[in-house]
Design a protein around this ligand. Structure first.
Ligand code: ADP
Ligand code: MG
Length: 918
């Protein structure tokens, strides 16, 4: 048809065409039906992404009816993807090689997280190639073999279980097939045998005929098994198999029907058991041999008091052969007296108790003999006592040794007792209830109480009240099982005094064993020693204070020299009429006086920390201001040179402290040059880089230095390590305080700087102060300007000044007049009070506290207030006369100013007091 179609298309009639189309339709419909109804599942995947093009009903069922056509496998079958099937598809697509799987497991999970359906599939992934051999898709075809697979698995498991049982039981097992000649069994074949059977028979016999591997097997076996196979009656017997040289317990029963002639046989190797039974017989013989050889009387007496067994030793002990003993009655053998002695023990043994007792049992020759007799009850299988074994030992020798031993123990105990009594240590035993159990004689000797008195009450009664707590703690430790060593407490002596005891105590078995020592003497010595040490410390302190005050006096002298020198100079200049110079000396004197005041304050506040009052300071100016004073202080034998760097940075420091430090350094320099020399004071700016900073032990940064160099004796390296220590001095008493450099050091460190010494013995010394740079301008004010700033007095305001020291009166008067007040002076309390009781206007009373004239300043002020209740009072005092001034609780309108003071402070106080409402 096709040939005609091709050769002559025009001849194709419409009918023919229609017929052909119909046929094709039918064909394709039946193909589609086939595809749809095929028992195997089929799917067609296209492209590398495995997109479903077609699936049949079986396939739909395999994937739990998910809608997959048009989607990729990865998209719609995530369960398959997760189990590696997409990877498998990728592999097939890439390689172009088909993949075939048998009983591959596929856990179908149509809904994620939903139920899982365990399936087993046989399938093939068949790549589809185009004309060029390129893979364009995959044809999937397969069967669900779940039912079959699961059945197989179950079967295999079942079989394995039986096999395991079969193979692991200890009983040998085999199935044999009998061969008969007529009624007579002549041979049998091992159809199947378990490993235990193979082990027991020692031969690999499966499938073999007995005639082959055990040709000499006794008839017994054939006859027995033959009987079982023919009759179906099971057999059970024990038999010795000569071919194997072993005893067996055998059970045989027919399996299958009579025609099969098969017998199942269970074997147990009982060779061991049989051997033991045989040995037991031999054992009894041996036992007799052994008991006969023992030097111990051994017998067995039944509950009827009749001997059943007796060993050879009876020959010796009773002079009767052992055989003659058996069968005799105990009473009959021993005689009535010996029997009576044993009777209670015999009864106890027959009541089921093991009994041991000793008896004198003289030998036949009359020698003493001690016997240890033991009755061991014997129980029958029903647990009732059917008699007892008798064991009799001769323990005469052992007894003798025991006596010796106890004698030794007694001797040892006596020795110990000796120690106990003679010991100078206190020895005791106490119980955990807090009572002494025993005490050695050292106790009464030490504490005066008798042993009975001490045992009569709890030991805590004797303990010093202050030591009870510690004693209880130690006792608690002992009751926990912890030994206590060198624990100390005080015990009351009968005479009321206390004795120091040092305890070493060990707990054992609920008791405390202690050796105790009287350490009262040692304690007192230690106390005395502590007192001596304290006294020594005190005297050292006194010496230090002596040095300190001596040194301070020295420093004061220096300052006074500065003041009096200035005054002297002023006097000279005034005499010469050179009044312009006076100002300068005045400044010097004021400076020295201020420093002296500072020194006093430091002395009063010696133990306290100095509070610094840092101000931006021009160090060059400070040095220049100090120059004159230093020159005077160091004297004419020393040449002083000051080298101030122009443009020195300001430093943020307490200027008073720096002046003090500089003066100290210069005095040290002077002291180092008793025969004169040169002092150079030098200032400089310094950049401290990292290396320099590390070397100088200070943070890197900008510093200014103030160095004092002398040409004196210098210092050794050893000396340099000590000079910053407080109170370290090499100077004679009264000249050095040993505080100069330590104060300098403290000041420098507190100011954020450092001190360094460069010195060589005989070459002189440079001491440098490094002070951190202050970023800002230095303060430039001075006292006169500050004084001028204090406001002036109101019209006619009057102040009464009472002081016995004319210089103070003069000073105060001058300040008052400078400020525009009217001043009235009085030199003692009487004249002061007279003024106060007059009508003169007085706005303020300024008075010293200590006054001549019968009244102190306070009393005078109080008296004055009777007439002038609103009188304002300012006390000026050199020291804190606290008691006089009411311990700081002054009445309103009264104030205190401590001497020495700067004038500006006085002026401000006066102004403020007068201005303040009372
Ligand atoms: P003091 O001056 O009271 O002895 P310092 O603390 O000022 O106390 O000094 C301690 C010691 O350091 C001095 O006793 C002295 O031995 C030594 N010393 C200080 N400065 C110098 C110096 N410039 N030259 C030599 N030795 C010095
Ligand atoms: Mg000094």
């Amino acid at each position: 048809m096709q040939a005609s179609h091709r050769s002559d298309p025009t001849t194709l009639t419409r009918d023919k065409l229609e017929a052909e189309v119909r046929q094709l339709r039918a064909q394709s419909a039946s193909l589609a039906q086939m595809f749809e109804q095929a028992p195997s599942f089929i799917a067609l995947l296209t492209g590398p992404e495995h997109r479903f093009a077609l699936t049949n009903a079986a396939y739909q069922q395999a994937i739990d009816h998910r809608d997959v056509v048009g989607s990729t496998v990865a998209e719609v079958l995530p369960d398959a993807a997760a189990q590696g099937y997409v990877d498998l598809l990728d592999q097939v697509f890439r390689s172009g090689k088909a993949h075939r799987a048998t009983a591959a497991r596929f856990d179908v999970q149509a809904v994620p997280g939903g139920p899982v359906n365990e399936r087993y599939l046989d399938f093939v992934y068949q790549p589809i190639t185009d004309a060029h051999g390129t893979v364009s898709g995959i044809f999937v075809e397969g069967h669900d073999v779940t039912e079959r697979t699961l059945a197989e698995v179950a079967l295999r498991e079942n079989e394995a279980r039986y096999r395991t049982l079969f193979e692991s039981i200890e009983v040998g097992f085999c199935i044999v097939e009998m061969r008969f000649e007529g009624e007579r069994a002549v041979d049998y074949r091992i159809v199947e045998a378990n490993p235990a059977f193979v082990r027991q028979t020692g031969a690999d016999v499966a499938g073999r005929w007995v005639s082959e591997f055990a040709p000499n097997l006794e008839r017994h076996w054939f006859d027995t098994y033959g009987h079982v196979a023919l009759t179906g009656e099971p057999a059970h017997f024990e038999h010795y198999a000569e071919v194997f040289g072993r005893w067996f317990d055998v059970r045989a029963l027919r399996t299958g029907d009579a025609s099969a002639r098969r017998v199942a046989i269970f074997f147990s190797d009982i060779t061991e058991r049989r051997t033991v039974e045989k040995r037991a017989e031999a054992g009894e013989r041996e036992l007799r041999l052994i008991t006969d050889a023992l030097p111990v009387l051994i017998s067995f007496i039944g509950d009827d008091h009749v001997y059943r067994f007796a060993n050879r030793a009876y020959d010796d002990w009773f002079s009767i052969p052992a055989e003659a003993v058996v069968g005799r009655d105990v009473r009959d053998l021993l005689g009535p007296e010996a029997y009576a002695a044993r009777r209670p023990y015999i009864d106890r043994a027959l009541a089921g108790k093991t009994v041991t007792f000793e008896l004198d049992w003289p030998r036949r020759d009359g020698e003493p003999r001690i016997a240890e007799i033991r009755y061991l009850p014997r129980r029958a299988t029903d647990r009732t006592v059917d008699g007892f074994h008798v064991f009799v030992h001769d323990i005469t020798a052992r007894k003798r040794t025991e006596v010796d031993l106890s004698r030794q123990v007694a001797a040892r105990t006596a020795e110990r007792d000796q120690v106990w009594k003679a010991s100078s240590d206190l020895l005791c035993v106490a119980n955990l209830d807090g009572y002494f159990v025993s005490l050695n004689p050292a106790w009464p000797r030490t504490l005066g109480w008798t042993e009975e008195e001490m045992k009569a009450r709890p030991f805590l009664d004797f303990v010093h009240p202050d030591d009870i707590e510690a004693t209880l703690a130690a006792a608690a430790g002992l009751s926990r099982g912890e030994a206590q060593f060198t624990f100390e407490n005080r015990y009351r002596h009968k005479d009321g005094s206390h004795v120091w005891l040092s305890w070493n105590a060990v707990p054992s078995d609920g008791l405390i064993y202690a050796t105790v020592r009287d350490v009262t003497r040692v304690k007192h010595q230690a106390e005395a020693l502590a007192k001596t040490e304290e006294a020594l410390r005190q005297s050292q302190k006194m010496e230090a204070v002596g040095q300190l005050t001596g040194g301070l006096a020295h420093d004061f002298n220096n300052l006074l020299a500065g003041i009096s020198g200035s005054l002297e100079l002023m006097q000279t200049r005034m005499a010469q009429g050179r009044l312009t110079d006076i100002d300068r000396y005045m400044t010097v004197a004021q400076g020295a006086a201020k420093r002296a005041a500072a020194l006093t304050h430091r002395l009063l506040a010696f133990s306290r920390r100095q509070t610094l009052d840092p101000k931006p300071t021009n160090v060059n100016r400070l040095v220049t201001d100090m120059e004159e004073l230093i020159r005077r202080t160091v004297g004419p034998a020393i040449h002083l040179e000051v080298v101030g760097l122009a443009g020195i940075w300001p430093a943020l420091i307490d200027p008073g402290q720096l002046e003090n430090a500089l003066l100290n350094l210069c005095i040290n320099a002077r002291d180092a040059m008793p025969d004169g020399g040169r002092i150079t004071i030098e200032t400089a700016n310094r950049w401290m880089d990292d290396a320099g900073a590390t070397q100088h032990d200070m943070p890197p940064g900008q510093y200014l230095s103030l160095c004092v160099t002398d040409t004196g004796v210098g210092m050794s390296a050893d000396l340099m390590t000590k000079v910053f220590e407080p109170f370290f001095t090499t100077k004679p008493l009264g000249e050095g305080t040993g505080l100069g450099l330590s104060m300098v050091y403290g000041f420098a460190r507190q100011s954020g700087g450092q001190v360094r010494i460069y010195s060589e013995v005989g070459e002189g010394t440079t001491v440098c102060l490094y002070l951190p740079r202050h970023y800002g301008a230095a303060d430039e004010d001075d006292v006169t300007r500050r004084l001028a700033e204090v406001g002036r007095a109101g019209q006619g305001e009057t102040v009464l000044i009472v002081d016995d020291e004319p210089s103070v009166r003069m000073l105060v008067t001058e300040v008052l007049e400078d400020l525009g007040y009217t001043a009235i002076e009085a030199a003692d309390s009487v004249s002061g009070l007279k003024v106060l009781q007059s009508d003169v206007r007085i706005d303020l009373l300024v008075t010293d506290v200590g006054l001549p004239g019968g009244m102190n300043g306070r009393q005078m002020a109080d008296a004055a207030r009777e007439r002038r209740p609103d009188l304002k009072v300012l006390f000026i005092t050199g020291y804190a006369e606290n008691a006089v001034l009411g311990n700081g609780h002054l009445r309103p309108g009264m104030q205190v100013l401590t001497k020495p003071f700067v004038l500006e402070a006085l002026a401000t106080r006066i102004k403020d007091l007068i201005a303040a409402p009372i």
